[in-house]
Design a protein around this ligand. Structure first.
Ligand code: PHE
Length: 355
């Protein structure tokens, strides 16, 4: 019995003295690991008489549990210390006067501004719509009939509806802004709609909130050639180099015909170089606006045609500025923002360079 008390006192002192998680775990292994001191003592039970076992069994079990509990308590304390140390060393004084040179534009904001500059040079204006949408604007008017399987692909976040109210959704794309614009404006229409979009998806290349830029042109005599021309000019301006593109047939309910546009790229070590190379990467969806969509907005498809396109801003920002993980974009870590952010005083412009 004295053995047990001595062993407990010894480990209790060691555990208390452990100054980091690694040394604490070494102590745990020395006591309770497979070949640990307490484990070896328990193995000795087999050679004891029944009477001895009755006493030593519970005592050794108690020793094991006591040491395990002491390790756990010390572990929580050490983890708390580590957290407090990180909080203290990474703390920011919010009461300091603002140093303008420290504030930066988020790369997503920068890229949306670059896009606005490029498209406004082609005669587009910027339109906006709400993040919380109704079914009509997000789906039905865009030619997704109720129950259509294409709705499932959107991993929609549904809002809780008030009694008797229609259930709203977080918009799954910026395409509802097309609908709002066509209902409120007469053609000719040339808009881009940058903004937040939401889908229930999260991994290295998907975040539940992300950004898209939508484009819409409605004008008599518009055809696929205009769509291709606009998008080809856009990517070369955006990546600030000659970019080879290809259009692949695709399907969207709201465009017909529909296509995805790929850009050429090559790998240079870990970096990706857009423009030339032997590989293709998809960067946007597009197509001629479906007659049903025009009709839903009160526009006569016999008179007016148009095209639309939509692209993910975050991924384009990652490709242009070489960020490895999408999730970092929205972690609000000031070190990341300091590294990847842009000066708010330098406006993107075609004359002086975009970035
Ligand atoms: N809204 C589509 C999406 O989110 C993109 C798109 C927009 C495709 C406009 C074609 C035309 O996937």
């Amino acid at each position: 019995m004295t053995d047990i008390t001595a062993v407990k006192t010894k480990y209790a002192a060691e555990i208390e003295a452990a100054s980091d998680l690694k040394s604490l775990d070494d102590i745990r292994v020395a006591a309770l690991g497979k070949k640990g001191e307490v484990s070896m003592m328990m193995r000795g039970l087999g050679k004891m008489s029944v009477d001895e076992k009755k006493v030593m069994g519970p005592a050794l079990n108690g020793l094991k549990n006591d040491i395990a509990a002491l390790v756990e308590t010390r572990k929580s304390a050490l983890e708390l210390d580590a957290m407090n140390a990180a909080l203290a060393s990474e703390t920011m004084d919010m009461s300091l006067p603002i140093d303008v040179s420290m504030g930066t534009l988020h790369p997503v904001q920068q890229v949306m501004e670059e896009m606005a500059v490029i498209f406004s040079d082609m005669g587009f204006s910027v339109a906006e719509g709400p993040d919380i949408e109704d079914d009509f604007h997000n789906f039905t008017a865009l030619n997704f009939p109720p129950g259509h399987p294409a709705r499932d692909m959107h991993d929609t976040f549904f809002m809780v509806a008030d009694e008797g109210e229609e259930q709203k959704v977080l918009r799954t794309h910026t395409s509802p802004v097309q609908i709002r614009t066509m209902i409120n404006q007469k053609p000719p229409i040339r808009i881009i709609a940058p903004g937040r979009t939401y889908r229930c998806d999260s991994d290295q290349t998907h975040t539940p909130m992300f950004h898209q830029v939508e484009g819409l042109v409605i004008e008599e005599g518009t055809h696929m050639g205009h769509l291709k021309g606009v998008l080809m000019d856009f990517v070369s301006a955006f990546f600030e180099t000659d970019v080879d593109v290809q259009f692949r047939p695709h399907h969207f309910p709201f465009t017909e015909p529909s296509a995805e546009m790929d850009v050429r790229y090559e790998r240079d070590g870990a970096a990706i170089k857009i423009g030339q190379g032997d590989k293709w990467m998809e960067i946007l969806g597009c197509g001629m606006v479906h007659p049903n969509v025009l009709r839903a907005c009160g526009i006569d498809p016999e008179v007016y045609q148009g095209f639309a396109f939509g692209m993910g801003v975050d991924r384009l920002a990652m490709l242009k500025y070489g960020m490895p993980d999408l999730r970092d974009m929205f972690a609000a870590d000031t070190r990341w923002l300091g590294h990847y952010g842009f000066s708010p005083l330098l406006q993107a412009s075609l004359a002086t360079g975009l970035s």
